[in-house]
Design a protein around this ligand. Structure first.
Ligand SMILES: Cc1cc2nc3c(=O)[nH]c(=O)nc-3n(C[C@H](O)[C@H](O)[C@H](O)COP(=O)(O)OP(=O)(O)OC[C@H]3O[C@@H](n4cnc5c(N)ncnc54)[C@H](O)[C@@H]3O)c2cc1C
Length: 337
């Protein structure tokens, strides 16, 4: 059913940063609506690595990404921001004070300002160029994300790639599955500590290292995988018995429809003024992974800070000429919910 909704701020993207923006805006009594293409909130944390611990969230020595999202959800609950999930924002027209957003489901969202928290945009995995891949994806034999570690218990898993995801998931899954890691060269582009842990695990025989090989073909019946064929650059091949293939070749960044809105951008990221997070379109702000400026770090921590900065700048657009008296949350408290 198509919705027609009005709010002070339309937030595009319900990842951790978009979610926290609901809080920061709410504390300034600004209403917001959260829109996301995915069917659930949480962005990359929920969709890509819910069971992975994050270690650089202040005051949480370690917190699983899914738990972080659950806590953010509780933190923003008192503000009752409507959510339009499973809906991709496609169009944006208007000017500061009067914008209208359109979604691919026919919704119309009227907002005084727009806050883009679209992360990696409509992110998707980089797929290996293998014949018949889609058939194996359809049966779940080829997956790009680990949603639940338990789903891999007792399985023969081939992990391909040489970055952090390949190394981290090899370490995470080795205790529940038989893991082989395929990489085209001995050096991994991962955190040195994790790469060293993987080497140690391989030396103990807990993980099989298949180096220097690349994916070549998939073997199986009706899209159900039985083996992964790998090859060296010289053409030597090996057949690795497998139930599942996890190719980790990074995420492709695709701003999707947002790229067509004429916002000034730098390498697929929206350029903002770090003092306000405003984009080149007055009234349109951007925060989190999608936003860039000199010194930008793509960290949840930094996105949270940008949410606070943007909320204050947005207040001035929604209430022009009205002074905003800075107050700590300890002084203000939060609404009862
Ligand atoms: C494996 C892995 C480990 C990581 N570990 C850490 C870590 O330890 N510490 C850390 O700080 N960061 C880590 N990160 C990075 C962190 O997840 C990101 O910095 C964070 O998710 C960015 O949040 P965001 O809200 O800006 O964007 P995202 O989480 O990317 O969310 C953006 C949302 O916008 C939606 N969207 C995009 N375009 C549209 C549209 N047109 N219409 C509607 N919705 C749209 C998307 O569907 C998505 O849900 C890690 C990332 C990965 C993949």
């Amino acid at each position: 059913m198509a919705n027609d909704i009005s709010a002070d701020v339309a937030i595009i993207g319900a990842g951790p940063v978009g979610m926290f923006a609901v809080f920061e805006l709410g504390m300034l009594k600004l209403s917001s609506v959260l829109i996301d293409a995915l069917g659930e909130v949480g962005g990359q944390c929920a969709a890509l690595y819910p069971e992975k611990p994050i270690y650089d969230i202040p005051a949480h020595p370690a917190i699983e990404a899914g738990e972080l999202i659950a806590r953010l959800d509780r933190q923003i609950a008192p503000f009752h921001a409507p959510r339009l999930l499973g809906r991709r924002v496609s169009g944006l027209v208007g000017e500061a004070g009067a914008f209208t957003l359109a979604t691919d489901q026919g919704d119309a969202v009227h907002a005084r300002t727009v806050l883009i928290a679209a992360g990696a945009g409509a992110f998707g995995p980089n797929r290996p160029p293998i014949e018949g891949l889609a058939t194996y994806e359809a049966t779940g034999s080829v997956q790009y994300y680990v949603r639940r570690r338990e789903d891999f218990r007792g399985k023969r898993v081939v992990i391909a790639g040489g970055g952090d995801s390949a190394v981290d998931w090899a370490l995470e899954l080795k205790d529940v599955a038989r893991v082989s890691v395929v990489h085209r060269r001995p050096k991994f582009r991962a955190a040195p500590e994790s790469a060293a842990q993987l080497d140690a695990a391989a030396a103990r025989g807990e993980v099989e290292m298949v180096i220097p090989y690349q994916l070549q073909a998939l073997r199986g019946e009706g899209g159900v995988l039985s083996a992964v064929e790998v090859a060296t650059l010289q053409g030597e091949t090996r057949l690795l018995p497998a139930d599942l293939l996890l190719p980790f070749f990074g995420l492709s960044m695709d701003l999707g429809p947002i790229a067509a809105w004429g916002l000034e951008s730098v390498q697929h990221h929206v350029k903002v003024d770090p003092a306000t997070c405003v984009t080149s379109w007055p009234g349109v702000f951007a925060i989190g992974d999608v936003a860039t400026y000199p010194g930008k770090l793509k960290l949840i921590l930094q996105g949270f800070s940008e949410a606070a900065v943007a909320a204050h700048a947005i207040f001035a657009v929604v209430h022009p000429g009205e002074a905003l008296h800075f107050e700590y949350s300890t002084t203000k408290g939060v609404p009862a919910g």
